[in-house]
Design a protein around this ligand. Structure first.
Ligand code: CP3
Length: 347
């Protein structure tokens, strides 16, 4: 039973492994010189995400430096709208730009039939990373991922990030039928996409709901919890045991309800979540993940180490995976990540 011995999978399955396994959101990326070099070689970001050899290499880069317990597929949550045929580009300094969907005609231009072909290179990356891990880091587990329907719909409707997604959130109230069609299409295609990642070799699957915290409580239940629960059911029918991680960022006091009702086995805490409160309020059997402030890793030194230790103290004895509260940021000095890894390994 080789799989069961991987510390990350044991922790995701509810075991209190100590010292806790760790990985970092956005662990592959612009803070690493070897990433920047490869990114320059690939040209644009979508080309990098759809070049299996390069994307697999980038996925493995942080593990070579820091020996994380998990590798997260190098891709992006917006590759799914791209696979559905929505135009997408990543503009330097601006982040992702999409052709916004604001009405039924825009929605009708999406083409679910295109998904299988367009995701094929991403699935090949998954397979390559999995065999790369077997060679280089046999105890590390491969995490596949997608965005949660609400967060992906935010970008699809708004056409860009950088704001508060006013058009998307307004559409959810003013035209819930159309917004609901977008969400349902994303539920179905996300199930297909994540199951395909599992078939290609992903050992755990994470759903990023980065903007869930913008929703009112009733809208959060409708557009974050319910669609996530539908995805979990769809995956569980085919893969009853694969670990599923949910990240409803800025869910605040709704985190326990999200944990109880979506069916995910692991809940990721954002930077503002008090780990002691989460430990007391999230059902016992659910693994927690998180939640060091990415800015603490930019700062490094004693302040970073003290923060990391206080999270470890709050989580001791409970199924836990150490991570950040949001993605690692480009100005992070690589040696601070190495120092963080040493602190985590001491438990
Ligand atoms: O975690 C990893 O290392 C794996 C790869 C990964 C990326 N994006 C690579 C990426 C993952 C898991 C994501 C998820 C993602 N993408 C989220 C959810 C998590 C979060 O951060 O809230 C969101 C909201 C996106 C959308 C997105 N992609 C934005 C807003 C941007 C631009 C801003 C930024 O952070 O760079 C991206 C681009 C992106 N995705 C880059 C990377 C490495 C930078 C592209 C580049 O190299 O120019």
């Amino acid at each position: 039973m080789e799989l069961v011995q991987k510390p990350l999978l044991r922790a995701f399955s509810g075991e209190a492994v100590w010292p806790p396994p760790f990985w970092l959101m956005r662990q592959a990326g612009r803070y690493l010189p070897e990433y920047r070099q490869l990114r320059a070689q690939a040209g644009d970001f979508i080309a990098l995400c759809t070049s299996p050899a390069l994307a697999a290499e980038v996925t493995l880069q942080p593990l070579r430096r820091y020996g994380m317990d998990g590798a997260i597929l190098f891709s992006d949550i917006l590759m799914l709208p791209w696979a559905l045929g929505q135009s997408l580009r990543y503009a330097e300094g601006e982040g992702p730009l999409l052709e916004p969907i604001r009405d039924a005609e825009g929605f009708a231009r999406l083409d679910p039939g295109a998904v299988a072909n367009r995701i094929a290179p991403i699935l090949e990356t998954v397979t390559r990373v999995r065999s790369g891990l077997e060679q280089e880091a046999p105890k590390a587990a491969l995490i596949g991922f997608a965005g949660s329907p609400f967060t992906v719909a935010c970008y699809m409707v708004e056409g860009r990030g950088g704001g508060e997604f006013a058009h998307a959130r307004r559409m959810a109230y003013s035209d819930p039928a159309l917004f609901g069609r977008i969400i349902r299409l994303l539920v179905d295609s996300t199930i297909e996409y994540l199951l395909a990642q599992a078939d290609a070799g992903a050992e755990a699957l994470m759903l990023f709901d980065s903007w869930a915290g913008l929703l009112s409580p009733s809208q959060f239940r409708r557009w974050s919890i319910d669609p996530t629960a539908a995805i979990v059911r769809g995956i569980r029918k085919v893969r009853p045991d694969i670990p599923l991680i949910g990240f409803p960022r800025l869910a605040g006091p709704l985190l326990p309800e999200y944990a109880a009702r979506t069916g995910v086995g692991t809940v990721a805490m954002d930077t503002g979540m008090d780990p002691r409160w989460a430990a007391a309020n999230v059902p016992e059997g659910i693994t927690l993940q998180g939640n060091l402030d990415p800015q603490a890793v930019v700062a490094g030194g004693d302040a970073m180490e003290a923060e990391a230790r206080s999270i470890l103290a709050a989580m001791r004895g409970r199924p836990f995976v150490f991570n950040l509260g949001h993605g690692i940021v480009p100005p992070t000095p690589p040696e601070h990540v190495a120092a963080l890894a040493r602190v985590i390994r001491m438990g």
